[in-house]
Design a protein around this ligand. Structure first.
Ligand code: SF4
Length: 97
Protein backbone atom coordinates (compact mmCIF):
# COMPACT_ATOMS: atom_id res chain seq x y z
CA UNK A 1 0.00 0.00 0.00
CA UNK A 2 1.25 3.48 -0.87
CA UNK A 3 1.06 5.39 2.41
CA UNK A 4 2.25 8.63 0.78
CA UNK A 5 -0.70 8.49 -1.62
CA UNK A 6 -3.07 7.86 1.28
CA UNK A 7 -1.61 10.86 3.07
CA UNK A 8 -2.33 13.03 0.01
CA UNK A 9 -5.85 11.68 -0.34
CA UNK A 10 -6.56 12.57 3.28
CA UNK A 11 -5.96 16.24 2.45
CA UNK A 12 -7.68 16.14 -0.92
CA UNK A 13 -10.45 18.68 -1.42
CA UNK A 14 -13.90 17.20 -1.62
CA UNK A 15 -17.18 18.88 -2.61
CA UNK A 16 -17.97 19.60 1.04
CA UNK A 17 -14.74 21.60 1.29
CA UNK A 18 -16.27 24.40 -0.80
CA UNK A 19 -16.36 26.62 2.28
CA UNK A 20 -12.59 26.30 2.62
CA UNK A 21 -12.11 26.95 -1.10
CA UNK A 22 -14.27 30.08 -0.85
CA UNK A 23 -12.40 31.25 2.26
CA UNK A 24 -9.03 30.73 0.51
CA UNK A 25 -10.27 32.61 -2.55
CA UNK A 26 -11.59 35.56 -0.54
CA UNK A 27 -8.35 35.76 1.46
CA UNK A 28 -6.23 35.65 -1.70
CA UNK A 29 -8.28 38.37 -3.39
CA UNK A 30 -8.19 40.56 -0.28
CA UNK A 31 -4.38 40.36 -0.04
CA UNK A 32 -4.08 41.03 -3.76
CA UNK A 33 -6.38 44.06 -3.54
CA UNK A 34 -4.46 45.52 -0.56
CA UNK A 35 -1.15 45.12 -2.43
CA UNK A 36 -2.43 47.14 -5.41
CA UNK A 37 -3.50 44.18 -7.54
CA UNK A 38 -0.03 43.17 -8.84
CA UNK A 39 0.15 40.74 -11.78
CA UNK A 40 3.25 38.63 -12.42
CA UNK A 41 5.32 38.73 -15.60
CA UNK A 42 4.84 36.13 -18.32
CA UNK A 43 8.16 34.57 -17.27
CA UNK A 44 7.01 34.14 -13.65
CA UNK A 45 3.64 32.81 -14.84
CA UNK A 46 5.38 30.18 -16.97
CA UNK A 47 7.73 29.24 -14.11
CA UNK A 48 4.82 28.82 -11.69
CA UNK A 49 2.78 26.83 -14.21
CA UNK A 50 5.68 24.48 -14.92
CA UNK A 51 6.16 23.86 -11.18
CA UNK A 52 2.46 23.23 -10.64
CA UNK A 53 2.24 20.88 -13.62
CA UNK A 54 4.96 18.80 -12.03
CA UNK A 55 3.25 18.77 -8.63
CA UNK A 56 1.20 15.88 -7.26
CA UNK A 57 -1.51 18.34 -6.14
CA UNK A 58 -2.16 19.77 -9.64
CA UNK A 59 -5.22 18.65 -11.58
CA UNK A 60 -5.98 19.41 -15.22
CA UNK A 61 -9.22 18.32 -16.86
CA UNK A 62 -8.55 18.29 -20.61
CA UNK A 63 -12.21 18.07 -21.60
CA UNK A 64 -13.15 21.30 -19.80
CA UNK A 65 -9.68 22.91 -19.91
CA UNK A 66 -10.01 23.56 -16.18
CA UNK A 67 -6.93 23.32 -13.99
CA UNK A 68 -6.56 23.79 -10.26
CA UNK A 69 -4.48 23.10 -7.20
CA UNK A 70 -6.19 20.43 -5.10
CA UNK A 71 -4.31 21.59 -2.00
CA UNK A 72 -5.91 25.07 -1.80
CA UNK A 73 -8.64 24.66 -4.43
CA UNK A 74 -7.49 27.67 -6.46
CA UNK A 75 -7.52 27.79 -10.26
CA UNK A 76 -4.77 28.90 -12.64
CA UNK A 77 -5.89 32.51 -11.98
CA UNK A 78 -4.01 32.22 -8.68
CA UNK A 79 -0.77 31.92 -10.64
CA UNK A 80 -1.31 35.40 -12.10
CA UNK A 81 -1.46 37.19 -8.75
CA UNK A 82 1.77 38.67 -7.41
CA UNK A 83 0.62 38.06 -3.83
CA UNK A 84 -0.08 34.34 -4.34
CA UNK A 85 2.08 31.70 -2.75
CA UNK A 86 2.05 27.92 -3.02
CA UNK A 87 0.19 26.52 0.04
CA UNK A 88 2.77 23.82 0.78
CA UNK A 89 5.27 24.14 3.63
CA UNK A 90 7.83 24.90 2.36
CA UNK A 91 6.15 26.44 -0.70
CA UNK A 92 7.24 25.28 -4.15
CA UNK A 93 6.99 28.89 -5.38
CA UNK A 94 6.60 32.23 -3.61
CA UNK A 95 4.91 35.58 -3.96
CA UNK A 96 6.56 38.39 -5.89
CA UNK A 97 4.91 41.22 -3.90
S1 SF4 B 1 0.21 25.75 -5.85
FE1 SF4 B 1 1.78 24.45 -4.86
S2 SF4 B 1 0.65 22.69 -4.04
FE2 SF4 B 1 -0.65 23.70 -5.54
S3 SF4 B 1 -0.24 22.59 -7.44
FE3 SF4 B 1 1.08 24.38 -7.43
S4 SF4 B 1 3.01 23.65 -6.57
FE4 SF4 B 1 1.44 22.14 -6.06
Amino acid sequence: MDTNNNENNKDELKPDDLGTVAKNFIGAMSSWQKAGRPIVTKTVWNERLAICRGCEWWQEIAKTQIARCRKCGCSTAKLLLGTSVCPLNPPKWSNTH
